[in-house]
Design a protein around this ligand. Structure first.
Ligand SMILES: NC(=O)c1ccc[n+]([C@@H]2O[C@H](COP(=O)([O-])OP(=O)(O)OC[C@H]3O[C@@H](n4cnc5c(N)ncnc54)[C@H](O)[C@@H]3O)[C@@H](O)[C@H]2O)c1
Length: 264
């Protein structure tokens, strides 16, 4: 039996990068997947790839900062697949600017996607997650995408680090709140180091899209890590699948670090 057979999952920011790999991996493990993003063409392509490979998925346009779009996306999951077991709050922005260089608008933008988006999603998915938790052996699941920058300071992006730190403690707090209320919803966060996505490689270390500079940056990251390679989106997706599965049934309020040893 596949690990997520008969589950329904919604993944935000799933048009590419970590979210896209996560949506595909979750589908491979047997779940029906709602692929949610603001980029319609790329999101439709991820859903089409899952369907072509024999899985169940559809795309919804979801800007995580918009409450009414969340309500529509969750409504679509429930009406099409009968409920919601797993919410992956993955959508996120990165600034790659110092506190001195970042504008107030930069802060408001990153805050609204990384923090407000996670809070609205959690609140609006709660009823559907609680409903499915009543009949699921290990309950329903929320997985929040943080970062190692949510566990320690970032030399590159302090505002991003502040939002990811907020996700880390919000995750622990709602794990306690929902646990104490008897909701049977496990809530955990995932903490990658640099992952080989477009965002990370082009801007995180180099501030340029010059291929030679990007490759130099990629090698520098690999060399700096005990594991001697850069993470791929699938490395992170595998951890999300584990947390979504009943194998992680005793985990809530945890911060799962997937960093190649960066913080060791
Ligand atoms: N790539 C890394 O090195 C790395 C490391 C640690 C944590 N993370 C986190 O992982 C998550 C995914 O990052 P990624 O590297 O795949 O980035 P990415 O830029 O490749 O993907 C982010 C996705 O979020 C979507 N998105 C942006 N704003 C949105 C909004 N308002 N509503 C809905 N979707 C929106 C984008 O369209 C995109 O598809 C983020 O939360 C990021 O902070 C990434």
């Amino acid at each position: 039996m596949k690990r997520l057979e008969s589950k329904v999952a919604l993944v935000t920011g799933a048009a590419g990068g970590i979210g896209g790999a996560t949506a595909k991996y979750i589908a491979q493990e047997g779940a029906c997947v709602v692929v949610a993003d603001i980029h319609d063409d790329a999101g439709e392509a991820v859903a089409a790839e899952i369907t072509r490979d024999g899985g169940n998925a559809f795309f919804v346009h979801l800007d995580v900062t918009r409450e009414e779009e969340w309500a529509a996306a969750i409504g679509a999951a429930v009406s099409r697949y009968g409920g919601l077991d797993v919410l992956v709050n993955n959508a996120g922005l990165y600034l790659a600017k110092g506190c001195e260089e970042a504008s107030l608008l930069d802060w408001q933008n990153i805050c609204s996607v990384n923090l407000t988006g996670t809070v609205i999603g959690t609140k609006l998915a709660l009823a559907a997650l609680r409903e499915r938790a009543k009949t699921s052996p290990q309950g329903s699941v929320i997985i929040n995408m943080s970062s190692i920058a949510g566990l320690r300071g970032s030399s590159i992006d302090p505002l991003y680090s502040m939002t990811k730190g907020g996700i880390t403690t919000f995750t622990k707090s709602i794990a306690i709140e929902f646990g104490n209320k008897g909701y049977r919803i496990r809530v955990n966060s995932v903490h990658p180091h640099a992952v080989e996505t477009e965002m990370a490689m082009q801007y995180r270390r180099t501030g340029t899209d010059d291929p030679a500079a990007v490759e130099t940056a990629r090698q520098a990251i690999a060399t700096s890590l005990p594991i001697k390679r850069v993470a791929t989106p699938v490395d992170i997706a595998a951890a999300v699948v584990f947390l979504a599965s009943d194998e992680a049934g005793f985990m809530t309020g945890s911060s799962l670090v997937i960093d190649g040893g960066a913080t060791a």
